[in-house]
Ligand binder design. Structure first.
Ligand code: ACO
Length: 406
């Protein structure tokens, strides 16, 4: 535009007719049959099934099957799927060695992304993206290994020994035992905790073209291996504006408590753009209404914290912060509501996970969605490599100046 000194007709003559849409606010990158969101009404459905019904009645592996294969499994299909996944929970011994090499205190998302990538090196007969059998084998390998990879990422960050998965335990039970069990003591399975994690993983399982899923598709479009795409998804998810927000929310609440900041003061700070502070766990690109996942999680947080007998101080703060924000003009005008990450950290914290580990839990839940999206992309015969255009606004032609003359 005239103010910046750029002549739009000149730019267009160089770039051709392109759409400039930073952040892809209005640009659909694909057609999909997996997840439906109506952000104005706060509706989320996987393959047409309302998230509320799935969260209440299904298991995580059932939902994983639904996302990947497109229909609810029969009992036989589900049992076969569970068996195949269970057979792939054990990692190659050398993967365990690899995990031992990470420094204590390494961020679990870095360790997890590396682990997912490394999994491809140990399963080289599942790398051909054009062979449906290899894609199926890689999908099962990834789903089966993810709880072990995520639990080991946690164990390596706290410097505790790794356990082996056990055949008689379910997916979520295995995951909890791998995370909290020790060689000395048998981990006691609490059905209420298992149910809570089934629900949380279901709520995270897919969310159409969010940043990490779009990344998975972007990397996949180059025919990079499925492991490379999933590892890229983990990395994208780690950012605090995306999945990393669950860690950031808890850190925000803890800081407010330590510094004795009251909620009204904090909301005023957030409204002042110069402060550079955001209300973490609030706002969403698509939801301009209450995030339906947050609604379900909020109910569970209250229930679980009460049942665990843990202090509810942080939950009370979160509830007060939510109420303060939802009654504030700034948030009302911009339609900013709590998103999926606002309440999850409180549950994870009550279960004993450190904040740094929260986003790895998100990744474990999101994996089947990433796989379903990757497979949908690859099943499309008209698919193309993702390659956005740009509008060049840099220098026009200049002559090179030798270094001595600069
Ligand atoms: N706190 C304060 N102000 C906010 C917040 C927030 N959390 N979120 C959005 N806003 C404001 C913006 O400053 C902007 O104000 P303006 O119109 O005066 O410029 C307006 O609301 C619109 O926000 P955008 O940043 O344009 O919305 P966008 O869709 O680009 O970003 C995002 C969405 C990244 C989620 C943003 O709301 C945010 O940063 N939230 C906090 C981080 C977070 O919770 N991320 C998790 C999202 S869920 C997920 O990925 C799993």
């Amino acid at each position: 535009n005239g103010n910046d000194g750029y002549d739009i007709s000149q730019l267009l003559s160089k770039t051709g007719n392109v759409t400039l849409d930073p952040g892809f606010v209005n640009t659909a990158s694909c057609e999909s049959t997996i997840t439906f969101i109506d952000g104005n009404e706060g509706i989320l459905r996987y393959r047409g099934y309302p998230i509320e019904q799935l969260a209440e009645q299904a298991t995580f592996l059932e939902v994983s099957f639904l996302l990947i294969y497109g229909h609810l499994p029969s009992q036989d299909e589900l049992s076969t799927f569970e068996g195949k996944v269970s057979n792939r929970m054990m990692l190659d011994e050398r993967m365990r060695e690899l995990y031992r090499c990470f420094p204590r205190g390494a961020h679990p998302m870095q360790v997890l992304a590396s682990g997912v990538m490394a999994l491809g090196s140990f399963n080289r007969d599942t790398l051909d993206v054009h062979d449906p059998d290899q894609v199926e084998a890689a999908s099962l390998r990834l789903i089966g290994s993810m709880p072990t990879l995520a639990a080991y990422a946690y164990k390596s960050s706290v410097g505790e020994p790794f356990l082996y998965p056990q055949k008689h335990l379910s997916y979520v039970e295995n995951y909890l035992r791998l995370s909290f069990g020790t060689p000395q003591e048998e981990y006691e399975i609490d059905p209420a905790v298992v149910k809570a994690f089934e629900t949380l993983f279901i709520l995270h399982a897919d969310h159409e073209q969010n940043c990490s899923t779009a990344t998975v598709r972007m990397v996949g479009s180059a025919d990079a291996s499925i492991y490379a795409s999933m590892s890229a998804g983990v990395n994208a998810l780690s950012g605090p504006l995306h999945g990393g927000a669950n860690q950031a929310v808890l850190e925000m609440l803890v800081k407010l408590r330590e510094e004795g900041v009251d909620m009204k003061t904090y909301v005023s700070q957030v409204k002042d753009k110069k402060s550079g502070v955001k209300l973490m766990g609030f706002g969403h690109r698509v939801y301009k209404n209450y995030d339906p996942r947050a609604k379900i999680i909020k109910g569970h947080a209250d229930e679980l914290l009460r049942a665990s007998g843990k202090s509810n101080a942080l939950l009370d703060m979160a509830l007060e912060l939510e109420e303060t924000a939802l009654n504030d003009e700034y948030f009302i005008e911009r339609k900013l509501y709590p998103n999926v990450d606002f309440y999850t950290g409180l549950i994870y914290e009550a279960m004993g996970f450190p904040a740094k580990y929260f986003t790895a839990l998100f990744a474990l839940g999101r994996l089947p969605g990433w796989i379903a999206q990757w497979r949908e992309e690859h099943a499309d015969p008209s698919r193309k490599i993702s390659r956005p255009r740009q509008v060049y606004v840099g220098e026009t032609e200049r002559n090179y100046v030798p270094i001595a003359e600069r």
